[in-house]
Design a protein around this ligand. Structure first.
Ligand SMILES: CC(=O)SCCNC(=O)CCNC(=O)[C@H](O)C(C)(C)COP(=O)(O)OP(=O)(O)OC[C@H]1O[C@@H](n2cnc3c(N)ncnc32)[C@H](O)[C@@H]1OP(=O)(O)O
Length: 219
């Protein structure tokens, strides 16, 4: 199977390999389609009971990525919600020589001065403001807003509808839950979890789980 096809403009469009056939995988697949990517070459999933993704070949467990790279597959994306696992697998794929393109829904609005790291995905209606920096393997989920000058380290997940004010900092592999709001300038530490609907008005220590309005430690 040819993994790379020339487009009408002569640029190479890659048949990407997707990792993960769950709910987030379905969201990424729709985003690829809406953004005009060619159909993915296939999907890998370690769950033997996985039904795969509709219309996309299920090519086996994750370990198959190595052989597929040797067969000429050039690009991959880890579509898993687990931040630590997504980061580890994304870096493994990079070490195998896969390109990890940014996948961006056409409705996402990204300031020209913003930077998005390899392997990240921007789902519909995401907004990223001026001079914001987003690391590798991030999920910027449906409708979230990352305001100007914010700094997001690798493998974060900003859930649907969450709003980060200007200059917010998010540590690696942290999760900002559905609809949370973060006051401008606050810092959320690595591996922290901000619960659904939280209003974060002060810094959150690494690894802490917070929730409520205003947000307080939950565990
Ligand atoms: C497309 C998508 O769906 S992307 C999805 C992204 N995921 C999310 O946004 C989920 C974020 N997760 C949450 O908000 C979770 O509720 C967590 C992580 C904050 C807590 O989860 P758990 O550790 O399982 O806590 P659990 O549900 O057992 O609740 C523990 C206590 O915290 C309280 N609590 C749980 N979540 C919250 C919250 N968001 N705000 C305030 N209090 C909360 C519970 O009421 C409970 O209180 P109690 O002990 O007085 O009864």
């Amino acid at each position: 199977m040819p993994w790379v096809v020339p487009s009408a403009s002569g640029t190479r469009q890659m048949h990407i390999l997707l990792i993960g056939a769950g709910g987030h995988g379905r969201a990424v697949l729709e985003t690829l389609r809406d953004a005009g990517w060619p159909p993915p070459a296939g999907v890998l999933d370690d769950n033997p009971a996985s039904a795969g993704l509709s219309g996309i070949p299920l090519l086996g467990p994750l370990a198959a990525a190595e052989a597929l790279r040797q067969q000429g597959l050039e690009a991959a994306h880890v579509a898993l919600g687990d931040n630590l696992r997504r980061q580890a697998l994304g870096e493994w794929l990079a070490s195998l020589g896969y390109a990890l393109p940014v996948i961006r829904h056409p409705s996402a609005v990204v300031a020209g001065s913003a930077r998005i790291g390899d392997g990240s995905v921007l789902l519909p209606r995401v907004v990223v403001g001026a001079a914001a920096e987003v690391g590798r393997h991030a999920i910027l989920n449906t409708g979230c807003i990352v305001e100007h000058d914010s700094r997001l380290e690798d493998a974060v997940h900003i859930a649907p509808g969450a709003v980060l004010g200007g200059g917010v900092r998010i540590g690696a592999t942290a999760l900002v839950g559905l609809g949370a709001a973060l006051k401008p300038g606050v810092a959320v530490g690595a591996r922290a979890v901000v619960g659904v609907g939280a209003a974060v008005i002060s810094d959150v220590a690494p690894g802490l789980c917070v929730g409520g309005t205003p947000a307080v430690p939950l565990r």
